[in-house]
Design a protein around this ligand. Structure first.
Ligand SMILES: [Zn+2]
Length: 276
């Protein structure tokens, strides 16, 4: 097929890949460059699109201030796990596709000239699930924040919860990170947890919900199990939109909904307000 034919073919099918994207919020065809200028937000309906961990760092930290910690920590396959695919192969493919070693990046940087310990999970890497490396990186981040008395910011984008490919080693991470956060809290630290679309499962059930202050992006999916699982378990009708930022704000589970364009400013303001 020639190039021109391929283009005609694509146009017929609708929006060509690359320049345009379909907004899951309002179904509008959005010019990608326009959304990028708005930090990955739909210009029509303000739906907040996925942004990678690296883009988060660029959006939230002062330019050129990020210094990664524990960058060499790489995942292993201790259980020789295999489902549709060998876990070892899956890891290699995900690493090549995303340019990440695992689903979290941690380190230090400045937010409007305030030094912070900063972590972010990326839902593109095995759904942002927390395996041993994600748990270990976050735990070390919290420990560094404790030792150096830094405000701690973690932005979660994790639809996967615990990583079943690592079995109990993955589940342990929930307790490990939470214990480090308890020590950080006893030392008087300030933890701002930012929930983005999606934050589910073992991530929502551990560090992401443990912030002194919990922010969420608008219309983010936040919860533990999926609605179908809950409905099958408790056998009652669930309220509409019960796993959204807006519902959770109304019910006191989160403290504030912060649009992406305001996130950096709101974090800096909160650090100052708490005197950290
Ligand atoms: Zn939209």
């Amino acid at each position: 097929m020639t190039t021109s034919k391929r283009e005609t073919h694509r146009r017929k099918r609708g929006v060509p890949e690359g320049l345009w994207m379909r907004c899951p919020g309002c179904q509008a065809a959005v010019f990608k460059k326009d959304a990028e200028k708005l930090l990955g937000v739909c210009p029509e309906c303000e739906f907040h699109f996925y942004v990678s961990a690296k883009d988060r760092i660029a959006q939230v930290l002062d330019e050129g201030t990020f210094e990664e910690w524990d960058a060499q920590l790489a995942p292993m396959d201790p259980l020789n796990f295999e489902d549709k695919k060998k876990y070892a192969d899956k890891l290699r493919d995900e690493q090549q596709r995303t340019g990440l070693l695992d689903a979290a990046i941690t380190g230090t940087g400045m937010i409007r000239a305030r030094r912070v310990a900063f972590g972010v999970t990326d839902s593109a890497f095995i759904m942002g699930s927390m395996g041993s490396v994600v748990g270990e990186r976050l735990t070390r981040l919290v420990e560094q924040a404790t030792e150096h008395r830094l405000p701690l910011i973690i932005i979660s984008g994790s639809g996967g919860g615990a990583r079943m490919h690592e079995g109990i080693l993955s589940l342990m991470q929930m307790a490990k990170v939470s214990a480090a956060l308890a020590r950080y809290d006893q030392a008087g630290g300030l933890f701002i947890s930012v929930l983005t679309n999606p934050t589910m499962g073992g991530v929502a059930a551990s560090f992401a919900s443990l912030g002194d202050v919990v922010f969420a992006e608008p219309r983010a999916l936040i919860g533990f199990a999926g609605p179908r699982t809950i409905k099958a378990t408790i056998k009652i009708e669930l309220p509409k939109g019960f796993q959204t930022s807006e519902f959770l704000l109304e019910h006191g589970f989160i403290d504030r909904i912060v649009p992406r364009s305001k996130l950096k400013t709101e974090i800096a303001r909160t650090i100052d307000y708490c005197g950290k």
